[in-house]
Design a binder for this molecule. Structure first.
Ligand SMILES: [Zn+2]
Length: 310
């Protein structure tokens, strides 16, 4: 009896895979089912085998599901990355718009100043050929004084021309003209005095960040690069490519954090270095006095020419 049972078990166990796959005939099925009812051991084997086969046949589906899950996760990660990039862009744009509009508002307070001293230096001592030009502008009310110094190392020539402008009038193409006396000193010699000449004398602190409309300022700010730095010991922002759409100011400029006025100008000035081609500006406000407008005596000059006597 026990032998027969064991033999039956072997047969049933051999048939089980086919039985689960429905490959056995009805007679065999009846035989297997009857045995499974009576034999606990084969029933356990059958149930385990059935589970295993079910899992195996399910696997491809699960794999597919996993693939789609992974794919969906990747898409989600990509979306998050894009969102982060977009947020960084938006935040950076906001930062630049705020910085530039604040600087422009600060500069606006100085544009109409009637008492200031502005020094502009172009070129540099390091340049063997170019020399440098220094222009000092004094404004006191409606009067102007401009001192123009040119130094050429190549012939060691030094020339200082001082112009005193008074009697302002609006000339051709709305340009401010002044009746001007000019005194020239060449290499320390008082060579020339030209009196009563009509001249256009530039003298205005400029708000270089001001644009024609608010949207130009916003677009200009978005496309600009803005970084904190210092220039000539002054805390600044270095702003490049501002006004890309205006075709002006596309070179780098150093803007004072304090005043919003330009303190340096130049094409692609490297960090911490002053290029010889760069322009430097310095402003002082409310320091100009009557003493700055005391004119020299024309008779001390070698040549005196009066333009009003033509
Ligand atoms: Zn059995």
């Amino acid at each position: 009896m026990k032998m027969k049972e064991e033999k039956d078990c072997k047969i049933v166990q051999d048939l089980l895979p086919n039985y689960i796959d429905n490959l056995t005939n009805e007679e065999t099925n009846a035989y297997i089912e009857k045995h499974l009812e009576e034999c606990e051991k084969c029933k356990t084997i059958y149930e385990n085998m059935k589970k295993k086969i079910e899992i195996e046949t399910e696997k491809p589906d699960k794999r597919e599901i996993n693939f789609f899950k992974k794919y969906r996760n990747k898409l989600r990660i990509l979306r998050i990355i894009l969102l982060i990039i977009f947020m960084i862009f938006v935040l950076d744009s906001c930062r630049k718009i705020i910085i530039i509009s604040e600087l422009s508002n600060k500069a606006e307070q100085y544009v109409d100043s009637t008492n200031f001293h502005k020094v502009t230096v172009s070129g540099g001592y390091t340049n063997d050929f170019g020399g440098f030009t220094k222009m000092e502008v004094y404004r006191l009310g409606d009067r102007r004084k401009i001192i123009l110094t040119n130094f050429m190392p190549i012939n060691e020539m030094n020339q200082v021309a001082t112009m005193f402008g008074k009697d302002r009038k609006i000339g051709y193409q709305n340009i401010e003209e002044y009746t001007t006396n000019m005194y020239v000193i060449k290499d320390g010699k008082k060579t020339e005095a030209v009196l009563n000449q009509q001249m256009a004398l530039e003298a205005k602190p400029e708000n270089i960040l001001k644009t024609e409309s608010w949207w130009q300022q916003i677009l200009g700010s978005i496309f600009a690069s803005v970084r904190e730095t210092s220039y000539n010991g002054e805390k600044c922002y270095y702003i490049a490519n501002f006004g890309l759409l205006q075709d002006t100011n596309s070179y780098g400029m150093y803007i004072s954090k304090d005043t919003g006025l330009v303190v340096g100008f130049g094409q692609s000035a490297p960090i911490g270095e002053i290029e010889s081609s760069i322009q430097t500006y310095k402003y002082e406000f409310d320091t100009v006095t009557e003493e700055d407008f005391i004119e020299p005596d024309p008779s001390e000059y070698e040549n005196v020419y009066d333009a009003s006597k033509d």
